[in-house]
Design a binder for this molecule. Structure first.
Ligand code: TMP
Length: 253
């Protein structure tokens, strides 16, 4: 097979040219980074789990009419996605105070918020992805007012879907980050959910015990990250409960 053209390599994923125009292949690596890549490790199996979990979430979103870039999973580590013009913002939705918001505002982690709070961060590693306001976004032309309104509407729909899905398997969706891209259809542009949705980009706490089942396990050295992601995948039925992805032979008596 001809060598594929790499379009972009990020911290946890690689994008290759896709087989058809306006498509890309998104490859999930096992690399884990935190604190703007100051902490890094390779977690065997993380890429496989995130590929499956992102497929699960994006397929569900597509089915309820929330547009995403996901087309289909190709194999254990790759999925076919639509090429988008990525908006250079991380859109964070918070249901419960945690992480950087708790630190910045002195609100105890675990404090339920009266309504979901949406924040925008500029995607700029050199600046450490700073928090920005709608005023900044429009003034510096990172997106239009209409885009901001559409991004908020998309993010809230993703929040409702993901919160319900997680609640059904005993997990509280504390917060998450999504990235959004533009696609062009004739003279029109539309915003769709891009990148990935996985435990790398969400905070997920067990409802009963409060146990963390997301990337904070790695960020804060709380245990085995792959075990936490496997637990999320099992609860959602993405992996069978016995742990193997292929049904084993049945004993016939
Ligand atoms: P934060 O509390 O560190 O701002 O993170 C909020 C949510 O966004 C959390 O679920 C983790 C996610 N996130 C990312 O996926 N990538 C990032 O670069 C950052 C800063 C946060």
């Amino acid at each position: 097979m001809a060598r594929r053209r790499m379009i972009y390599e990020g911290k946890a994923k690689i994008l290759y040219e896709g087989p058809e125009p306006d498509t890309l292949i998104q490859y999930f690596k096992d690399d884990a980074t935190a604190y703007n890549a100051e902490k890094r490790d390779v977690i065997e199996g993380k890429g496989v789990l995130n590929n499956r979990l992102s497929e699960h979430f994006m397929t569900g979103l597509n089915q309820i009419g929330v547009p995403t870039h996901f087309i289909k999973r190709l194999n254990m580590r790759e999925q076919l996605v639509r090429m988008v013009e990525i908006i250079p913002l991380e859109v964070v939705v918070r249901n419960v105070a945690a992480g950087s918001m708790s630190k910045r505002l002195g609100v105890d982690e675990g404090t339920a918020l009266p309504r979901p709070i949406i924040e925008f961060y500029l995607k700029d590693d050199a600046l450490g992805d700073p928090l920005v306001t709608e005023e900044h976004i429009i003034a510096f032309n990172w997106a239009s007012q209409q885009d901001v309104d559409d991004m908020i509407a998309l993010a809230l729909r993703v929040n409702d879907f993901m919160s319900g899905l997680m609640y059904g398997v005993g997990i509280r969706l504390i917060d998450f980050k999504i990235e959004i891209g533009r696609i062009f259809e004739g003279d029109f542009q539309r915003l769709i959910v891009a990148d990935e949705i996985s435990p790398d980009s969400c905070r997920l706490w067990d409802i009963e015990s409060g146990q963390k089942l997301d990337k904070d396990v790695f960020r804060r050295d709380l245990g085995n990250l792959a075990d936490a992601y496997t637990e999320v995948a099992r609860r959602l039925g993405v992996l069978p409960r016995n742990g193997s992805t292929v049904p084993g032979p049945k004993l016939v008596q």
